[in-house]
Design a protein around this ligand. Structure first.
Ligand code: BG6
Length: 456
């Protein structure tokens, strides 16, 4: 779409000795594998490949870092955006090496992938080390969920409509559920995943970011400081779930063998090749302790090898205070619900009660109907964009609204660390669940104990 500035060059760097052509061939091959033929535009591809450069470097080899810095300076034609997709332990050293060679000053930014550490202490160490080279406004921490169309649509829905805001609080909302279900297993990333688990891999970042967007106060503007100031307040209002609460407020699970979409799949330990106590599923009953949300449970769950790939937010409103219809109808009366489906399809559904057609003689009969808005149909001519397209564009243009600020990452770790510590102290080991099910039975009782049930 010709959104990249004319002079923009892309300099690849890794330890592998490659030349420009070799790097371009790798990129072309990867694009060839991923972009469906019908969407491929040879001129645009050529244009992209022409922008590529390559320079091998290794953080522990100063001469190579110096050569890299010289290339950056020689190619520089405006701002510079570094994107580090390395193991997080290299973030600090790499940033410092760039600074030492004079290419981390004004007009440069750095984009960092998750995970920023594995707990609060390691996150602080990484952030401190990066901060020696790049000040916070120039650090772009990626949570790719924020780049998803559906997630931005949640912001549009909440703050572009007057309809929801008056109802968006504990007086009108009974419970909130956020689910990120995945059908995949660990996808050959066992070494990383086994150290991490669902709590650190998904909940600390993606799930808590979604929770922030649902629960935050309206920011004054859609710009980095205003949005992130509101998100951090939510994170700081999360009621701690620690040693005394984990047994009742959290569930950890690990998949065993089972079937997904009728195909047999192995259990986690088999995929990993050894036994493990890492959770591949987590469910929590969280609370945002502030005026708006006091008393409203936020049920959060995420897991691998669940029955379907689905990311959704479900807001259940309170029931009508009293049914004028009486009798049997009173028990048929269901609360209104708002479903915001983010993946795989983007859809918004509002559950309403309506009269069931017919000549009722004992009073009206009511049933639940859904007002359904399908974004794929509604915007059928618009191409859907994957998260990284949005994030790269924003980072190139210096807009940090959809990136995570240091204090958010650290507040999220602090909350998650208490849960991990609680599990350790209470000797909680993940409960098994067969692949292709919605986690251990304990996840069902987590909600049902409080008169709620997961929307499935
Ligand atoms: C990543 C996690 O951050 O998000 C993966 O490390 C997970 O374990 C992935 O599979 C899910 O992202 P998406 O975009 O496929 O929902």
């Amino acid at each position: 779409e010709n959104l990249l500035p004319d002079g923009l060059r892309i300099l690849g760097t890794a330890r592998s000795e490659l030349d420009r052509e070799g790097f371009a061939a790798l990129v072309a091959e990867s694009i060839g594998e991923r972009i469906p033929g019908a969407e491929r535009d040879e001129t645009a591809l050529r244009g992209l490949l022409d922008r590529l450069e390559y320079s091998a470097a290794s953080v522990d080899d100063d001469a190579s870092m110096q050569a890299l810095a010289q290339r950056v300076s020689a190619l520089r034609n405006g701002d510079v955006l570094y994107h580090m997709s390395t193991a997080p332990r290299f973030y600090g050293p790499a940033c410092q090496a760039l600074a030492a060679h004079g290419v981390a000053g004004a007009g440069t930014r750095v984009m960092l992938e998750k995970p920023i550490g594995k707990d609060l202490a390691s996150a602080i160490a990484i952030n401190d080390s990066v901060a020696e080279a790049f000040d916070e406004e120039r650090v772009y921490r990626v949570d790719h969920y924020l780049g998803k169309e559906g997630v931005q649509n949640l912001i549009a829905l909440r703050f572009g409509n007057a309809l929801f805001e008056p109802l968006w609080d504990a007086r009108h909302i009974e419970q909130v559920q956020i689910t990120i279900g995945e059908t995949v297993g660990v996808e050959g990333r066992g070494d990383y995943y086994d150290e991490s688990g669902a709590l650190r891999d998904m909940l600390q970042n993606h799930l808590l970011q979604l929770l922030c967007l649902v629960a935050m106060e309206p920011p004054a503007r859609f710009e980095p400081t205003a949005v992130r100031n509101e998100k951090i307040k939510v994170l700081r209002s999360l009621r701690p779930i620690g040693r005394d609460e984990v047994a009742t407020e959290s569930v950890a699970g690990q998949y065993t063998s089972g079937a997904i979409e009728r195909a047999a799949v192995p259990g986690y330990a088999d995929e990993l090749g050894r036994g493990s106590r890492t959770e591949t599923f987590v469910a929590l009953r969280a609370h945002v302790d502030n005026w708006r949300w006091s008393g409203v449970p936020f049920y959060l769950r995420t897991g691998k090898r669940l029955p379907s790939r689905s990311t959704e937010i479900y807001i259940q409103f309170r029931k009508v205070p009293y049914s004028i219809f009486g009798g049997a109808t009173a028990s048929d009366m269901l609360p209104n619900g708002l479903l915001i489906k983010l993946q795989p399809d983007e859809r918004i559904e509002l559950d309403l009660m309506a009269k069931t057609p017919g000549l009722d003689r004992n009073g009206l009969r009511l049933s639940q109907v859904g007002l359904d808005l399908d974004f794929h149909e509604e915007f059928a001519n618009q191409r859907r964009r994957i998260a990284y397209e949005r994030l790269y564009l924003d980072a190139i243009e210096g807009n940090g609204t959809l990136f995570v600020r240091r204090d958010e990452t650290e507040a999220a770790w602090q909350w998650v660390d208490a849960i991990a510590d609680g599990w350790r102290a209470a000797g909680i080991i993940p409960k098994p669940y067969p692949a292709g099910t919605w986690g251990p039975a304990a996840s069902v009782s987590l909600t049902e104990r409080h008169g709620h049930s997961w929307r499935e």
